[in-house]
Each structure stands twice: as structure tokens, then as C-alpha cells.
Write a protein that binds this ligand. Structure first.
Ligand SMILES: *[C@@H]1O[C@H](CO)[C@@H](O)[C@H](O)[C@H]1NC(C)=O
Ligand SMILES: *[C@@H]1O[C@H](CO)[C@@H](O)[C@H](O)[C@H]1NC(C)=O
Length: 477
């Protein structure tokens, strides 16, 4: 075996080594060494690596006939948005397939599309880590494998940044190649359209995306809607007591509520990454204009940095000064920021501590926290545009009307349009929910019903399995 060859075996199974390294508690230094090795190898020898990978696929040990594979490639180890989405699909499919007499395919996974986070991996429950290792080791024949590239199109073959390409050996060797992605504006960039059209099929989460993708030039025959699952057993309000959220947050504006009835104030909750798209400016404006200390309301913002610094307190105070809003006579309605990490296992208790979830976003792909809140039976107020139109109805939520479309002014989607939600309508809806508590609760109950009916893991796994079986039928006819 030449030294080169040996190195490439290490590279091609680096994710597996990473899993093992952590499972057998190698030191972190080893992990970084492995990572360094991986980066230096892949940047120099991409094409050789690709042919080797193809060779490895083809020479894995013989498999009985018709053992088709679905290889799901996603940033499983990054802990970001695509990561949690990909986990939700894989866990749903894995559970569903356990109950099938004779599954027509096997499930395999690989890491692709973003960096690995050791903290995230270590924070995963042991059974999920074991499953990850097991699914990573699934043996597949390259010509009998359907690949799902679940990531942003820039990571697809050939990737525009350092990552294991998807599909790993280009578009020819695999049986069928699916791109799974989404965007938050009204259109796609031309280079993304091109990358989508190279796929055999493109899976998007909502009707909104079906139409934006097709209007932007993605082949309509390729675009398929596959909604996202939500773990309605985990996000189940009957299982949890509320989190003591006041103890987790920093008071940024207003005074601590120390009246005779502490804990009885009406709690608005918002969960988002700190970026302009999320409409935190719209939310603060509407909330501070509409309410004062006397209203007995409180706003909690669970946020984390997104290409921004962490001093949210200053940003908020500065924003309030810049907008020149007038402080109510009785004082500001209180605003708390929670910027400490809330463990995934505590999320249901966080939602449970709120009365209403509110997010006046300018554009969403799917809106995971919105769906989580709805599964937790919270009434939600969120912009009636983009991804969430897939599931918002007058019966299960308070869809926030859009005032006008506005141009994105910076970043990779500059020049695209997204929604400008109405501040005055948001004020009216927030006032409405505190004055119509029973109605709001009924919407919350309907929201949970709808989430169970449409996005339960079993339901979504059945949809996906149906599509996979259709593809297999077409390919093997
Ligand atoms: C895939 O390749 C193997 C070995 O080259 C071959 O036996 C098998 O029939 C192929 N499968 C399909 C679906 O073409
Ligand atoms: C939300 O938007 C849809 C169109 O996407 C529209 O049919 C519906 O009436 C809107 N609902 C509200 C409350 O604005």
C-alpha cells in the first residue's frame, strides 16, 4: 500500500474516525490533528480522492441483490439549521423503517456541507450517536444508491468551499441524485438554479419554494415538495412544567415585575438568530409602542449571534434611542434577552413558559421555532409570507399581514425581495391576544392538532418512502 493510498483511506473515513475518536475518548488534540490532516489532504488531492472513494464504494463487500440505499448527506455534525433538519428526517425514516416488514431500501448517512462541531456531537444523546455510527457504516453499492444532498447548493459537487462533495463522485455514478435545499427570499440566484438543474430531483419544504424555484428557472419536472417533520412527542405541552425563564434572561429595558402577582404577567416569546431578516426591529417597535409597564406583559428574546457581536443589550438600547420612541409615563414594558445556551432538552419547557410566540420575520425557509411553538400549543403571531404560509391558517395562528415587499440590501441575496411585515398590524395582534386569551388558547390547541396531522415523523417518513419507492420503480423498470 503506498503512503498516499493509506492517507486517503484515513481521509475518506474521517467522519467515522471522528465518531470513534470521541466514542473512545481520544483527546481533543487527536481530533484536531485528524481534522487538520483531512483539510490538508482534501485540498490537494480532490480528484484522486474522488476516484478512490468511488473505488471504495464499488469494492465494499458483496451485497445481496436489491439492497438499494438512500444515502443522506448533510451537515449532521454542525448543529446548525440544516443539521437539525437532516436529523429530523433521518430519525423519522429510521423509526418508520423499523416497522416495515420488507423495507425496499437501507438508510446511510455521511457528513457534508458544513464544519463539524465537537460540542454538538458530545451534546447528542448516546442512542443518537450510536445510530449515527451505525448508519455511517451501512454498506451501499454506488450504482444502487439514491443520494440526498441536504445542504446549500454551494456545497454540491463541485463544492465552492471546503467540504466532502455531494454527490461524492459527481453526478454519473449514483443511481439517482436529489438536492434538498431552500431559500428565504422571493427568488434563486442564477448559479443556484444551475446547480439545482444538475440534480435528478430537487426537494423543497413548501409550496412557496415550489413556486419560487420554478419561477427562477428550476425545471418544474424536478421540483418536489417534501414537508419537514416535527417531533410532536418531544414537543408535547402535556409533558412539561414551565422553565423559570426570568432567571435565564437579562433585563434590557423596563423594570423587573415585582407586583403582588409575580409570574402572572403575559409572556411573549421570540426565538431567532440575531439578523435583520428576523424582524427584531419590527418586533421591538411594535411591542414598545403598544405596551407600557402597566400592561403586565413581558417580552423574552432567545437569540444568538449571526455574524454579529454578542452585546444584544446595547444593540437594543441603541435601537430604541435611534428610533426616538417615547418612553411611556409608567415606564417601558419589560424586555429580556436570553443569550445563554438553552439545551435542546429544555426547549419545550421554554415554550411552555410563554403565552404567545411572536416572530415578524421578513422571510423564512421553514420556520422551525414557529413549528415547535405550534406543537407546544402556543398561539403564534408570525409573518404571512414565505415558508410559514405552508402551515399558517386563520384557525391555528395569527398570520401577520405584509405591508409591502422590500429589497434585500446586503449579503448573498442582495437585490431579491422579501416581506416587510406591518408594525401597526403587529401591535394590533399583540394587543388582541392579551385581550382574547381564550381565543388564543383555542388557536394554540388547533396548532398542535395540525402539526400532528401534517408533520408527525410517521407522516413525513411515509411521504418520503413513497417518493423513494417511485424513484426505485422508475429506475428499475
Ligand atoms: C450494480 O453493479 C453491480 C456490480 O457491478 C451489478 O452486479 C449490479 O447489477 C448493478 N446494479 C444495477 C441496479 O445496475
Ligand atoms: C395570508 O396569505 C395568503 C396568501 O399567501 C392569503 O390567501 C391569506 O388571506 C393571508 N391571510 C391573512 C390573514 O392575511
Amino acid at each position: 500500500m503506498t503512503p498516499n493510498f493509506k492517507s486517503f483511506i484515513i481521509y475518506s473515513s474521517s467522519v467515522f474516525i471522528l465518531f470513534l475518536a470521541i466514542s473512545f475518548s481520544f483527546s481533543r488534540t487527536d481530533y484536531y490533528k485528524i481534522k487538520h490532516l483531512k483539510l490538508s489532504l482534501s485540498s490537494r488531492h480532490t480528484t484522486f480522492f474522488q476516484s478512490l472513494l468511488s473505488f471504495l464504494f464499488k469494492t465494499r463487500k458483496p451485497i445481496k441483490s436489491h439492497s438499494y440505499c438512500v444515502l443522506w448527506m448533510a451537515p449532521f455534525l454542525s448543529g446548525g439549521g440544516y443539521s437539525s433538519e437532516a436529523w429530523s428526517y433521518v430519525l423519522a425514516l429510521n423509526e418508520y423503517m423499523k416497522n416495515l416488514q420488507n423495507p425496499s431500501f437501507k438508510l446511510a448517512i455521511d457528513q457534508h456541507g458544513d464544519l463539524e462541531s465537537l460540542e454538538f456531537w458530545e451534546g447528542l444523546p448516546q442512542d443518537i450517536r450510536n445510530l449515527a455510527i451505525q448508519l455511517y457504516q451501512t454498506e451501499c453499492r454506488i450504482n444502487e444508491t439514491i443520494v440526498v444532498c441536504h445542504s446549500e447548493p454551494g456545497a454540491w459537487h463541485p463544492p465552492l468551499f471546503q467540504t466532502l462533495p455531494c454527490p461524492p463522485t459527481g453526478y454519473r455514478d449514483f443511481m439517482f441524485v436529489i438536492g434538498r435545499t431552500m431559500f428565504e427570499t422571493d427568488r434563486l440566484n442564477a448559479r443556484h438554479v444551475k446547480r439545482c438543474n444538475r440534480m435528478d430531483s430537487v426537494w423543497v419544504p413548501t409550496e412557496f419554494h415550489v413556486s419560487t424555484f420554478v419561477q427562477s428557472g428550476v425545471d418544474p419536472a424536478k421540483v418536489v415538495k417534501i414537508v419537514q417533520p416535527i417531533d410532536v412527542k418531544f414537543f408535547d405541552p402535556s409533558k412539561y412544567k414551565p422553565l423559570d425563564i426570568a432567571s435565564k434572561g437579562n433585563l434590557v429595558l423596563g423594570e423587573k415585575i415585582t407586583n403582588s402577582n409575580p409570574g402572572k404577567e403575559f409572556v411573549f416569546l421570540s426565538v431567532f438568530k440575531w439578523e435583520f431578516r428576523k424582524g427584531w426591529d419590527v418586533l421591538l417597535k411594535a411591542y414598545l409602542k403598544e405596551f407600557s409597564k402597566d400592561d403586565g406583559v413581558v417580552l423574552y428574546l432567545l437569540t444568538n449571534p449571526y455574524h454579529s457581536s454578542r452585546d444584544f443589550d446595547n444593540k437594543i438600547v441603541q435601537f430604541v434611542e435611534d428610533t426616538g420612541m417615547e418612553k411611556p409615563v409608567s415606564g417601558w414594558a419589560p424586555v429580556y434577552v436570553i443569550d445563554t445556551h438553552i439545551a435542546h432538552t429544555d426547549l419545550p419547557r421554554l415554550y411552555k413558559a410563554a403565552n404567545t410566540y411572536v416572530l415578524p420575520s421578513r422571510g423564512e425557509g421553514w420556520g422551525r421555532p414557529i413549528v415547535e411553538a405550534m406543537a407546544m400549543s402556543l398561539p403564534v403571531i408570525t409573518t404571512n409570507w414565505s415558508g410559514p404560509t405552508e402551515y399558517l391558517t386563520e384557525e391555528n395562528s395569527y398570520p401577520l399581514p405584509v405591508e409591502r415587499m422590500s429589497k434585500v440590501t446586503e449579503g448573498p441575496f442582495k437585490g431579491h425581495l422579501w416581506a416587510e411585515p406591518s408594525v401597526s398590524e403587529l401591535q394590533a395582534l399583540m394587543r388582541h391576544v392579551i385581550s382574547n386569551v381564550e381565543e388564543a388558547r383555542a388557536k394554540g390547541r388547533q396548532a398542535r392538532k395540525d402539526m400532528i396531522k401534517r408533520f408527525s415523523p410517521e407522516i413525513v417518513a411515509e411521504i418520503i418512502t413513497g417518493h423513494i419507492q417511485n424513484i426505485l420503480r422508475q429506475m428499475t423498470r
